[in-house]
Design a protein around this ligand. Structure first.
Ligand code: P6P
Length: 338
């Protein structure tokens, strides 16, 4: 049910008024992102159409087969964002290097990093998937010059805004600009995102854990002990956690943020840095979860304090309800001390 019929556009611009020095550029950026989200949502919800579902036959920079919707979403975001004059550079999971703003377009003071369609292996199964974005202010001079890799490789604590769009039973646009987390549900009848989740706070206690248990034998001992601990109700005087794993980070974390839970993609003996990407998956989700009162660590330190070294670097991630992240951190620490 829409709350006070507050649209995303109005919420963004009202948020801008809280920042006297705001120029409106960030507001315009977020609004342009919401337009791209509507177009991607339209295509994602046409699932089953032969002309858009399936593989392009190409591989992306990570050697992963690229689904047409991946590239459509990537192209849609680029086309929506390249001419607004607010960005000096972009970066995408689908491109090896940073993406320059075309010469004939004005360069602005922000950079945008995004995963255009996360969870794409689920597309053909009609499982929820999502777009994730992260926005920083450039650190090189804001003189109209092209942005650089340095502008894109900033620690997550420097993000000015972050968000995701989850394409599921409905399309929800969730964002933070540092003053809380807000969710907007797309009303397809008239194409507006309406405020449906006002100032989201993640329950401090978790009831759900999300991890790919198929990798159990590769996990470190501390993680194995933690998972056994949360599966044993006697340890905590209440029912064991429920296991919920969609295999789509955005959908898993969105559900856990609303219900209380922890999402884990750990380092293991096969993947020493885990699987998920720091710059356009873990950092934006960490910003959102921290703004909602939760925590996000790589096993020992805050995700958002990691100094990036590569646009596509992977990090382990333990993210969700504070109580749960505190507890897994303790098990991992004890493991290291043995
Ligand atoms: P696994 C989807 O491909 C993704 O990048 C995330 O959205 C998801 O959480 C993870 O990978 C699932 O990975 O190895 O469990 O299939």
């Amino acid at each position: 049910m829409a709350i006070n019929f507050m649209t995303l556009t109005r919420h963004i611009y009202e948020g801008e008024k809280k920042h006297p020095g705001a120029t409106g550029e960030l507001s315009a950026l977020l609004h342009e992102l919401s337009l791209a989200a509507k177009v991607i949502s339209l295509e994602v919800n046409k699932a089953g159409l032969a002309d858009i579902i399936g593989f392009t036959g190409d591989n992306n920079v990570h050697g992963e087969q690229v689904k047409k919707l991946d590239m459509f979403s990537h192209d849609m975001l680029f086309k929506a964002m390249d001419h607004g004059g607010h960005l000096c550079a972009m970066a995408s999971e689908e491109e090896e290097d940073i993406i320059h703003i075309p010469d004939h377009h004005k360069k602005g003071k922000y950079v945008l990093l995004f995963d255009p369609l996360d969870g794409s292996s689920n597309i053909d199964a009609n499982v929820s998937i999502g777009t994730i974005f992260s926005i920083y202010k450039r650190i090189t001079p804001n003189d109209g010059s092209p942005g650089t890799l340095e502008d894109c490789l900033q620690p997550g604590i420097k993000q000015v805004a972050a968000g995701y769009i989850v394409y599921g039973s409905s399309t929800i646009f969730v964002y933070t600009a540092g003053d809380g987390v807000f969710g907007f549900t797309l009303d397809p009848a008239f194409g507006e995102f309406l405020l449906s989740h006002d100032n989201i706070k993640i329950p401090e206690k978790a009831w759900i854990y999300s991890i790919n248990e198929g990798n159990y034998k590769y996990w470190k001992p501390g993680l194995k002990k933690y998972i056994k601990y949360i599966q044993d109700a006697d340890n905590r005087g209440r029912r064991p956690y429920s296991s919920r794993y969609i295999g789509s980070m955005v959908a898993d974390i969105h559900r856990n943020m609303l219900y209380g839970g922890i999402f884990i993609y750990p380092a293991d003996i096969r993947s020493p840095n885990g699987k998920l990407r720091l710059m356009y998956e873990c950092n934006p989700m960490a910003f959102i979860i921290e703004q909602a009162g939760g925590r996000a660590i790589d096993g020992s330190k805050r995700i958002m304090e990691i100094q990036p070294s590569d646009l596509h670097q992977r990090v382990p991630i333990y993210i969700g309800s504070k109580e749960a992240v505190d507890k897994v951190e303790q098990f991992l620490k004890e493991d290291l001390e043995q």
